[in-house]
Design a protein around this ligand. Structure first.
Ligand code: NAD
Ligand code: UGA
Length: 470
């Protein structure tokens, strides 16, 4: 039997728990990592090694290392795995509350509390409990209280905060060479000792100067602020894209001109149809709610506008489509290229594509969607979860929205194409062939500014890009 220096259990085998733990197992042969989840289906998929529950470039290879070596285990044996662990990560979903106090803004930390209750109940030895989920500042107080009140006699817990900064589509490089690892803990001798233990895990592959340690509250809050600042850059550039369309300036030229200033930097200045993903909106609303809770109305309003601007950008895109197509899309076939919230992921949570499809379907258009990684099942789950759009609320939805096997069949006979996700394959399609197969005039609305608009106009397309002259 292999002897391990440290045993880790991670509760939650989702987009964060799975990749993060797979990288720890790969980088630390002397650590045993067990990832547990309530869902047998998800655990079974991780154990296949090649039909993982999420699509993430390079992830299969990383998972294979741990599974083959035996120090990475996916299991539904939650209690046993916690009991044998020295460190327990909580990496469960913390969605926006849909009912009760703070509904629509506050984060629901129910899953974190349930994890803490389970940990307290089944632990017979001391443990370090690490919050990896994104949570409102001071959640660790609640986690600590639940652990302390539920602890068996003599069992001690230390709670740390270790928010995750990976982005989907680049999770593997983000985890293998992170910009930083953030760890927050109580500034007591026991808290500092626990911090050092987890610092030593990451120090197996992350340079020490990139492992930042702070107090608990700074760590929790930094995560919300990092996401809010990234999203704010996208909303800022998107707000200027509207001004560009009104004035004849070009948003790409503005992003380059501004991003070349090292104080501004070039990243996250790509104008788009609007940001999506499971976290930006959720985390900003969480921040807004926190500000409101502390009576900081102006601060709350300031951040809330980042979300409002995003809503505006999404609706502006659909509105422009309908207006440009002679104010009616009723009965027209429209192709949507891409449904994931960004390229290189199959994740559809909060994707702008769903909002565009919803708006077009409201106008009785026939929408044909092609995405290389999104199944029809996930698409309809997203319609239902985020937009309350289903066969019950919109009879005939299943016929109005068709999933196409490729971009060419999605565009065949269509009046327009809307590019919603920046998949690389959309840059190199045979647009002449596509144009010839479409109804005329053939429109293309590039929600990601990835195609060569001038070349497409040469072919005959009427092209609208974000923040660029028509
Ligand atoms: P997810 O929905 O993909 O995965 C969460 C998993 O936790 C699910 O599989 C669920 O079944 C499981 N779970 C829930 N309660 C459980 C319990 N009591 N015991 C065991 N398993 C349980 O979520 P995610 O995208 O991995 O996000 C997790 C957290 O990390 C969130 O707080 C999120 O804000 C944050 N985060 C996400 C990303 C991202 O890219 N998705 C990046 C950074 C941070
Ligand atoms: C984001 C952050 O980048 C991660 O650091 C963070 O850990 C994560 O949220 C999280 O907490 O969940 P992610 O949502 O996976 O990661 O992807 P991003 O690359 O940030 O893109 C978010 C959205 O913004 C996408 O819809 C993307 O297309 C859009 N975006 C991004 C733009 O429209 N323009 C840009 O310039 C950049």
């Amino acid at each position: 039997m292999a002897q391990y220096d440290v045993k880790i259990c991670c509760m939650g085998a989702g987009y964060v728990g799975g990749p993060t733990m797979a990288v720890i197992a790969k980088m630390c042969p002397r650590i045993k990592v067990t990832v547990v989840d309530l869902s047998q289906k998800i655990i079974d998929a991780w154990n296949t090694g090649n039909k993982l529950p999420i699509y993430e470039p390079g992830l299969e290879e990383v998972v294979a290392v741990g599974l083959k070596r035996g120090n990475l285990v996916f299991s539904t044996k939650i209690n046993e795995s916690i009991a044998e662990a020295d460190i327990v990560f909580i990496s469960v979903n913390t969605p926006t509350k849909t009912a009760g106090i703070g509904a629509g803004r506050a984060a629901n930390v129910k899953n974190c509390e349930l994890c803490a209750r389970t940990i307290a109940e089944v632990s017979t030895s001391d443990k370090i409990v690490v919050e990896k989920s994104t949570v409102p500042v001071r959640t660790s107080d609640a986690v600590r209280a639940v652990l302390e009140h539920g602890a068996k006699p003599g069992v001690k817990f230390q709670v740390l905060s270790n928010p995750e900064f990976l982005a989907e589509g680049t999770a593997v490089p983000d985890l293998e060479t992170p910009s930083r690892v953030l760890l927050g803990g109580m500034q007591t001798p026991e808290g500092l000792k626990a911090l050092e233990t987890v610092v030593n895990v990451y120090a197996n592959w992350v340079p020490r100067d990139k492992i930042l340690t702070t107090n608990l509250w700074s760590s929790e809050l930094s995560k919300l602020v990092a996401n809010a600042m990234l999203a704010q850059r996208v909303s800022s550039v998107n707000s200027i894209s509207a001004l560009c369309e009104a004035t004849g300036a070009d948003i790409s030229e503005i992003s380059r001109a501004c991003g070349t200033d090292p104080r501004i930097g070039p990243k996250f200045l790509q104008a788009s149809v609007g940001f999506g993903g499971s976290c930006f909106q959720k985390d900003i609303l969480n921040l807004v709610y926190l500000c409101e809770s502390y009576g900081l109305r102006e601060c709350a309003e300031y951040w809330n506008w980042v979300v409002q601007m995003n809503e505006y950008q999404k609706s502006r895109f659909s509105l422009n489509m309908v207006r440009s197509m002679f104010n009616t899309v009723t009965g027209k076939k429209i192709a949507i290229f891409g449904f994931a919230f960004k390229k290189d992921t199959g994740d559809t949570r909060e994707t702008a594509a769903a909002f565009i499809a919803r708006d077009l379907v409201e106008e009785q258009a026939r929408v044909h969607v092609y995405d290389p990684q999104v199944s029809r099942e996930s698409m309809f789950a997203e319609f239902k979860y985020t937009l309350n759009l289903s066969e019950e609320t919109k009879p005939g939805l299943g016929e109005l929205v068709v999933t196409s096997p490729d971009a060419y069949s999605a565009a065949q006979g269509a009046h327009a194409i809307a590019i919603a996700t920046e998949w690389d394959e959309f840059k190199t399609l045979d647009y002449k062939k596509i144009y010839d197969s479409m109804a005329k005039p053939a429109f293309l609305f590039d929600g990601r500014n990835i195609v060569d608009a001038a070349a497409l106009r040469e072919i005959g397309f009427t092209v609208y890009s974000i923040g660029k002259p028509v």
